[in-house]
Ligand binder design. Structure first.
Ligand code: AMP
Ligand code: MG
Length: 419
């Protein structure tokens, strides 16, 4: 066959549906991923499969917030006053006993405040003196009762819920889990996401450029996005632009261990759009093959054997936005957290520069959100071309431009979806 000859792939009729509808069509097929135990030091990025509760109050003892002296404030009624230092309390060692009247205890930050004491005076406000074996401390200023003492349960009472199921384990969550003694939290296993690329123009990244060919950048972009969403990417590589062979390979991958299968490229109506050709003639159910959004209107999805397949556009910017808008919600829901659909995004910003393009479809353009004083603005990132790759990194959100006959003016309020 001559290059460029139409191969006659049959593509299905395409009826475009709105993005939120497409998202819900996917979410209906999401099954929660199974649960696993993971060691806390390996738990970063996993989502909790069960809520976490405080087994003890936090803190569970009265804790000193300063290096200084624990005192009974009633002993400081008349100033200056000199009290005998009767004990030294290091961190990790409980006091030898309650604090007697007319005495003080040397105490370190994080130390356990003795019974009887009701304040800790910072050492900068005290003057310690020794007289033979005995130690004294002199104060010239009083402090209110409770000063520099963190009471028991200030942060959380016993049994209080600290983390929700579905919450992602980041640094703060890891600290909290450690603090409550949870060394192996129950988490959702990371969903395995197979990434398949299409396009005979693609080169592996180590290959030398050739005329008409490009390196496969979407593979690595998608793998990073999947990790960002808490998934485990499975980098499959490319399938050929030939439907029989491509279908056979795709079926094999869909029957494998992956929880979700993504393709990039080959979904539009070109002569060699292999994913479109497969979805037009396969034994799975096609959920949609067109969305009223740009870029990425040919984005398609289907389900086969209970497993979802999402066919993203090949254009890098369309692929990035498509993954964000369709794959993120699926992965969230797989990991026990309710997905947010595009019609639920509440963030808004003022469009800094007018957007003149007339749109029949909603546009999700890459944007840069920034603030000026208390006002949140957004402007377009880089070139408004879905094939752009160099300017991709500048975007920190997607700007939602609704269908318009006139464009959107500078100063108008638009919805943004943070990336
Ligand atoms: P397609 O969606 O297959 O029509 O591809 C649209 C554009 O995206 C074409 O210019 C492709 O060369 C490009 N493209 C497709 N797949 C990739 C990929 N994996 N990495 C980078 N660019 C790609
Ligand atoms: Mg292609």
């Amino acid at each position: 066959m001559q290059s460029g000859t139409k191969r006659g792939y049959q593509t299905q009729d395409r009826t475009a549906i709105a993005l939120p509808e497409a998202q819900r069509a996917l979410l209906r097929h999401v099954r929660p991923i199974d649960k696993a135990k993971v060691r806390l030091e390996q738990a970063f990025g996993y989502r909790l499969a069960a809520a976490a509760y405080a087994s003890e109050p936090i803190p569970h003892f009265r804790r000193s917030g300063m290096d200084g002296y624990a005192v009974r404030t009633e002993d400081l009624a008349e100033l200056p006053v000199t009290l005998e230092v009767t004990q030294r309390i290091a961190c990790g060692t409980p006091p030898a006993g309650a604090l007697g009247a007319g005495t003080a205890a040397r105490i370190m930050t994080g130390g356990m405040v003795p019974d009887g004491a009701d304040a800790v005076i910072m050492q900068e406000m005290a003057e310690e003196t020794a007289d033979g074996q005995r130690c004294y401390v002199r104060f010239t200023k009083a402090v209110p009762s409770g000063t520099n003492i963190t009471p028991v349960g200030l942060e959380a009472g016993r049994g209080e819920k600290l983390l929700d199921a579905g919450e992602r384990i980041g640094p703060a969550q890891a600290a909290l889990l450690a603090a409550i003694g949870c060394d192996e939290p129950s988490v959702y296993r990371k969903p395995i996401v197979a990434i398949i690329c299409t396009g005979d123009e693609l080169l592996a990244i180590h290959q030398r450029l050739q005329p008409g060919k490009i390196r496969n950048s979407n593979l690595y972009m998608l793998a990073s996005q999947i990790r960002e969403y808490g998934g485990e990417p499975q980098l499959i590589g490319s399938i050929p632009d030939e439907p029989q062979e491509a279908r056979r390979m795709l079926y094999g991958i869909m029957e494998g261990e992956a929880d979700l299968v993504l393709t990039t490229g080959g979904v539009s109506v070109g002569d060699f759009d292999v994913v479109a050709a497969i979805l037009a003639d396969w034994d799975g159910d096609t959920l949609f093959n067109k969305i009223t959004m740009r870029p990425g209107s040919p984005t398609s999805a289907g389900v086969r054997g209970g497993k979802l397949l999402i066919g993203l556009s090949g254009n890098p910017a369309a692929c990035l936005a498509g993954c964000e808008l369709l794959v993120r919600p699926v992965l969230r829901q797989m990991q026990g957290e309710r997905a947010i659909t595009a019609d639920e995004h509440g963030q808004q910003a003022i469009l800094a520069e007018g957007y003149g393009k007339v749109n029949a479809y909603t546009r999700y353009i890459r944007g840069i959100r920034y603030t000026d004083g208390a006002t949140v603005y957004v402007r377009q990132a880089g070139a408004d071309r879905s094939s752009a790759i160099v300017s991709l990194k500048e975007a920190n959100c997607l700007i939602v431009i609704p269908p318009t006959k006139t464009g959107v003016l500078a100063g108008e309020l638009v919805t943004i979806i943070p990336l």
